[in-house]
Write a protein that binds this ligand. Structure first.
Ligand code: HEM
Length: 453
């Protein structure tokens, strides 16, 4: 039995200002802040944000334990009534808690089961080929924008059988407004302003959500009047009944669909964008990847069955997600006094886990700043520790779209490489923008060279 009351040790940590705590340093550069925290104070490091006691946990075994105990000793930490939650995510799968979350997760999970996601492979490849056909040889384009438009189209077609190609740029604009305002809530003036204070960023956030909702409502209305619609996730959600035989309210339906749309495309797009950058910076790995794609596909379009054969391609995606884990930090809240790594952590403490910090720790990943897809191709005993790799989180709240995202990224990379060589311009400025996820602040201007030429 765990004797938490006998553990006296309190974690050491960064001194902050009264009330706002370490917010200024966190806001200036959140990744630098958590990296420094781990370096200076170790694997359980204390800090505070706006009066909330916080710890950063960086020992993979302890991180794993926190993730596994979510739902029992921790909750997902999203129930604080934040502006981001109330406006953008609502009570969808990312933010809901307890029995309600359990029920919704059970409802949505089958759409992402291994056997079921295979059916999306052709759609992913077809959408990628549509995109490739619009490109021109020897042109300069923003590959990040291309990846965003592509994954947005794929997620909407795959889950809700809707083609958003015509609304792609308005939807992207609304999405970007939401992401920027999420960043502002984290590290802008909004981080210290009460939720009821309207700011330009919050107004833009609301307008973005309203636009996305109007698109989604239209989709729901069309589906309600279409008796011949196929059985996709949207139909399943609309047909679901609770214990009292009641359907989901329209607001709840919108929250779930909006959440899947938001969580399901920028993450994958940005992962691919970082992969294009890392490949451009590592010509040897790039050449190896191109050779694999040529030999496995031999000129034909990739299929679901090729994913297993595209071993190096998969390692490139894994290593990109290690180097740039787009969901770079996550938070849990202790529901009771807990012990972490021998330290006593009080009930109510925010427990932060940062894939960025763990993935760049030389104890688990030698040469952490090097791009080495080969580290994923070793014998089992030599692979990095399982708990040290967490781009999709872990425990019961592990990313529901994890298998989908891995298959999608592999197929997109292969289907693009068959036709084009993409190289991020060496002079293009690279800076990480933290907007909830981490993405290239200035996009990624790249040279597109067609294969046949
Ligand atoms: C490379 C792409 C992706 C990455 C890196 C990623 C990352 C993550 C992470 C780290 C979490 C857990 C957050 C936490 O523990 O607090 C998560 C949760 C989630 N992801 Fe993803 N994700 C990706 C793609 C997707 C896709 C394609 C979908 C599908 C629509 C999706 C839907 C979700 C949902 C709904 C949750 C919440 C699950 C729950 O709490 O039950 N994600 N994702």
């Amino acid at each position: 039995m765990e004797a938490t009351s006998q553990i006296q040790k309190q974690p050491e940590g960064a001194q902050g200002f009264p009330f706002i705590g370490n917010l200024p340093e966190f806001a200036r550069d959140p990744i630098k802040f958590v990296t420094r925290l781990q370096r200076d104070y170790g694997d359980v490091a204390a800090f505070s944000l706006m009066g909330t006691k916080s710890v950063l946990v960086s020992d993979p075994k302890e991180v794993d334990r926190v993730l596994l105990e979510t739902g029992k000793r921790y909750d997902n930490g999203k129930n604080g009534g934040s502006v981001t939650q109330e406006t953008i995510l609502g009570n969808g799968l990312v933010t809901s808690e307890g029995d309600f979350w359990k029920r919704q997760r059970k409802l949505i999970a089958p759409a992402f089961h291994h056997q079921n996601i295979k059916q999306y492979a052709d759609l992913i490849v077809d959408c990628t080929q549509d995109m490739v056909e619009t490109w021109q040889n020897d042109s300069v384009r923003d590959v990040h924008q291309d990846m965003m438009t592509l994954t947005q189209r794929i997620i909407m077609k795959a889950l809700f059988d809707v083609d958003v190609r015509d609304n792609a740029s308005e939807a992207s604009e609304a999405f970007n407004a939401m992401m920027h305002s999420m960043g502002a809530e984290l590290k802008g003036p909004e981080a210290i302003l009460p939720a009821f204070v309207p700011t330009p960023s919050r107004t833009k956030m609301k307008q973005g959500v309203e636009y996305i909702n109007s698109l989604l409502l239209d989709i729901i209305e069309k589906r309600r009047s279409d008796s011949t619609a196929k059985r996709d996730l949207l139909t399943m959600l609309m047909d679901a009944r609770d214990d009292d035989d009641q359907p989901m309210s329209t607001v709840q339906l919108l929250d779930e669909i909006r959440t899947l749309y938001l969580a399901g495309h920028e993450t994958t797009a940005t992962t691919l964008s970082w992969a294009w950058l890392l490949l451009s910076q590592n010509p040897q790995a790039y050449a190896k990847l191109e050779a694999e794609v040529a030999s496995v596909l031999n000129g034909r379009a990739p299929t679901a069955d090729d994913v297993q054969q595209l071993v190096y391609c998969n390692a490139v995606i894994k290593e990109s997600l290690r180097s740039y884990p787009v969901a770079w930090i996550t938070r849990r809240v202790a529901l009771e006094d807990v012990e972490i790594g021998g330290y006593q952590i009080e009930k109510g403490t925010s427990v932060f886990l940062s894939p960025w910090v763990v993935h760049h720790d030389a104890r688990w990943f030698p040469q952490p700043d090097a791009f080495l897809p080969e580290r994923w191709l070793k014998d089992k005993a030599e692979l990095p520790p399982r708990e040290a790799y967490l781009p999709f989180g872990g425990g019961p709240r592990i990313c529901i779209g994890n298998g989908f995202a891995m298959m999608e990224s592999t197929l997109i990379l292969a289907a693009v490489l068959q036709h084009y060589h993409i190289e991020v311009l060496p002079e293009h400025p690279i800076e990480i923008e933290i907007v909830g996820t981490i993405r290239p602040k200035f996009g990624l201007q790249s040279r597109f060279t067609a294969r046949s030429s």
